[in-house]
Write a protein that binds this ligand. Structure first.
Ligand code: ATP
Ligand code: MG
Ligand code: MG
Length: 398
């Protein structure tokens, strides 16, 4: 990735935007960018700096993300609508090209990290409710006020707001900003890619051992490691990563969403809307509560991942109505004319509420309440799913 058109190789102490922002350490990365903790010397606070890959398509994607995030920021001057707040943007010229950079508020750990921190045992329904409220406030804002479909809602794209937000009070956060390049830190091309490899290996190990590790990750501890328990960790969170988001009236054709969070209408090709985000939301909430993905389809002998995915959905939610099954451009690839799957003939039905009791040992009343909340969102008919605003009024959350 660190080549012409690719990532920018930043190092602690590097300055951006005429010296205003100073890179501290890498917070994360994705297919499009690396994200750094940075210090804003003008406003004396920590921020997150997303440095996009430089090739034209990536730059364009970043500009699109900026367009959506700007609209979101404009409609939320008090920053209470649970969507990542964009603070600034600029271009940075480096050896690999021009990189579009987004400056955003600094957030904490992702829900993926939270799930792993709990060793995939679920985080408890009280916390699940708390997170549901935030995510639903964010989705309601995107859908109803902005007309935006996120299209990639999943645990790694929802970040906790930390109680010890260093952007508010660096002194209390227990660390001072790096303002200069650390001495004796000689990098050449080879050294960069080597240290990059080390960082990745460390990060991978950190994820596995996260609940046991106590030392810091490259200088600044992440919230969960700092706390060592969930007590006092605010469960407020925000939706991030608008790289794939779209205006509902300008959607691109084709596949959206990450596999496990993909709605049935996307798989069969019958068009999608805001309700596709609601499907992903339900999958995410199940995962928070149980530590397991709701659907994790695989290739099987003679059947595709798509068909396995549809089979898993039907085993948990009942048979897809024939009218819906036959409504997509790809329906004929998966279903015969009776509305049955072509290659997977025997389904083992195991309804959601029973799964919660029998597999995850939920007490019956908990399983019942939780299933009552989730089940309507997992309707095969997209237009029958409750909206985010309707979910916020559900008894389970109140
Ligand atoms: P993808 O391949 O998923 O599209 P991307 O290149 O668009 O990734 P993001 O998903 O926006 O990048 O960010 C990558 C990671 O960086 C996140 O998963 C998260 O761990 C971290 N991160 C992003 N924004 C912030 C922020 N504001 N505060 C703290 N960490 C952040
Ligand atoms: Mg992402
Ligand atoms: Mg992205």
């Amino acid at each position: 990735g660190y080549r012409k058109g690719g990532y920018h190789a930043a190092r602690p102490g590097d300055r951006f935007a005429d010296g205003r922002f100073v890179a501290q350490r890498k917070l994360g990365w994705g297919n499009f960018s690396t994200v750094w903790l940075a210090y804003d010397t003008l406003l004396s606070r920590f921020v997150a700096l997303k440095i996009q890959k430089s090739a034209r398509d990536y730059a364009q994607a970043a500009l699109h993300e900026i367009e959506l995030l700007s609209a979101a920021a404009k409609g939320d001057p008090t920053n209470t609508k649970c969507v990542l707040q964009l603070l600034d943007q600029f271009k940075h010229a480096g050896p690999n090209g021009q990189h579009v950079c987004l400056v955003t508020e600094l957030l904490g750990d992702s829900l993926l990290r939270l799930i792993r921190y709990n060793r995939n045992k679920g985080i408890g329904l009280t916390r699940v409710r708390e997170i549901c409220r935030s995510v639903l406030v964010g989705l309601d804002y995107l859908h109803r006020e902005l007309g935006v479909i996120h299209t990639d809602l999943k645990p790694e794209n929802v970040l906790l707001v930390s109680t010890i937000n260093p952007s508010k009070d660096p002194a209390r956060a227990g660390f001072a900003p790096i303002l200069d390049k650390p001495e004796g830190n000689q990098y050449n091309g080879a050294a960069i890619s080597f240290s990059e490899k080390m960082l990745r290996m460390r990060a991978r190990r950190a994820v596995v051992k996260i609940s046991r590790r106590r030392e810091s990750l490259g200088g600044v501890m992440v919230d969960l490691e700092r706390k060592r328990s969930l007590d006092g960790v605010s469960m407020k969170c925000k939706i991030v990563d608008f790289g794939n988001a779209c205006w509902a009236d300008q959607q691109s054709a084709g596949e959206i969403q990450t596999r496990q969070y993909r709605a049935p209408e996307v798989i069969i090709g019958s068009g999608y809307s805001y309700s596709a985000d609601m499907w992903s939301f339900a999958c995410l909430v199940f995962e928070l509560a149980t530590g397991d993905m709701l659907f994790s389809p695989r290739d099987c002998q003679g059947c595709s991942e798509d068909e396995d995915h549809l089979a898993l959905m039907m085993e948990t939610l009942g048979k897809m109505p024939k009218k819906i099954a036959s409504s997509g451009t790809r329906s004929k690839d998966y279903f015969n004319r009776y509305g049955d799957l072509k290659r997977i003939r025997r389904l083992k039905f195991w309804p959601l509420e029973r799964v919660l009791v029998e597999k995850y040992n939920f007490p019956a009343p908990d399983a019942n309440g939780f299933a009552n909340f989730l089940r309507p969102i997992l309707d095969f008919a997209p237009e029958s799913r409750p909206t985010a605003a309707e979910c916020l009024k559900h008894a389970w959350l109140n």
